[in-house]
Design a protein around this ligand. Structure first.
Ligand code: KIV
Length: 279
């Protein structure tokens, strides 16, 4: 697959072709995502919960995202790699936002950054786009905010709140975002946004009318016992990995592993010599 660019994503929207995006945080999974032909990898701040064991994304730092983005970029050359801007890494000032986004691109090797927020972050989006950093916006349910005094509930359930989300999307489109993630937004609101804005919409729990879809890798692969209601587990890695580890332990205890085919020997003469030498 050729390198996925922002202009390719725009062409896909124009042609009505759907865009597949997933999170990844390390070299081997990035390699597999590339092999499966997905267009976008997000090094999401969900790394905090699904890899680092935090309760929410708030403790994730720019250093964390740089570290994981470097590994992803080594594993996948073709997908567009988007690095998430962590909590409070773009709120203090536009200079702070540009400095941190530049680290994700320059040190991490990301192709673009993502940040949460509606019309209030449009000037920040514009500041980043103006210095040449492609920005993916993120509206609807915003996990960074939901974790600090918010709530994890579906967004845009009535005409007024849905209209606010549509207006946020329009402001971000005008500010130059190349795409927008719509998280846990009603399908009706997501459809209106998708038809209204020029940039491709990428849904997560926001119905089938978006231009593309994104899932957290660990939800898609069924790593944990629990996942959000909108996530579909395409595999049961929890069972597969637990079964493998249980069998491995049994084999170690019964000395069925390592077997002869996993073992290397020295020649008989050398073995005899060794025994003599060591008494
Ligand atoms: O961090 C993340 O994984 C995300 C997705 C939920 C879009 O922001």
């Amino acid at each position: 697959m050729n390198k996925v660019t922002v202009s390719k994503l725009w062409k896909m929207k124009a042609m009505g072709e759907k865009i597949a995006m997933v999170t990844a945080y390390d070299y081997p999974t990035a390699m597999l995502v590339e092999r499966a032909g997905l267009e976008i990898i997000l090094v999401g701040d969900s790394v905090g919960m699904v890899v680092l064991g935090y309760e929410n994304p708030v403790p994730v730092t720019v250093d964390d995202i740089v570290h994981h983005t470097k590994a992803v970029v080594r594993g996948a050359k073709a997908p567009l790699v988007v690095a998430d801007m962590p909590f409070m890494s773009y709120h203090v000032s536009r200079e702070q936002a540009v400095t941190n986004a530049a680290r994700l691109i320059q040190e991490g090797g990301a192709d673009a950054v993502k940040l949460e927020g509606g019309r209030e972050v449009a000037p920040t989006v514009k500041a980043l786009v103006d210095v040449g950093i492609p920005v993916q916006a993120h509206i609807g349910l915003m996990p960074q905010r939901a974790s600090v005094g918010g709530s994890f509930k579906v967004q845009g359930t009535d005409a007024d709140t849905a209209a606010t989300i549509v207006e946020d999307a329009m402001a971000l489109d005008d500010a130059g975002a190349f795409s927008v993630v719509l998280e846990f937004v009603t399908a009706e609101a997501a459809e209106v946004i998708t038809q209204t804005v020029e940039m491709p919409t990428i849904g997560i729990g926001s119905g089938p009318m978006c231009d593309g879809q994104v899932l957290v890798l660990h939800d898609l692969l069924g790593v944990y016992d629990e996942a959000p209601p909108f996530a579909h587990p395409y595999a049961d890695l929890n069972r597969i990995i637990t079964d493998a580890l249980t069998k491995y332990r049994e084999d170690v205890l019964s000395v069925s592993y390592p077997g002869e085919k996993h073992t290397v020997h020295m020649g008989e003469a050398e073995a005899e010599k060794l025994k003599k030498k060591m008494g």
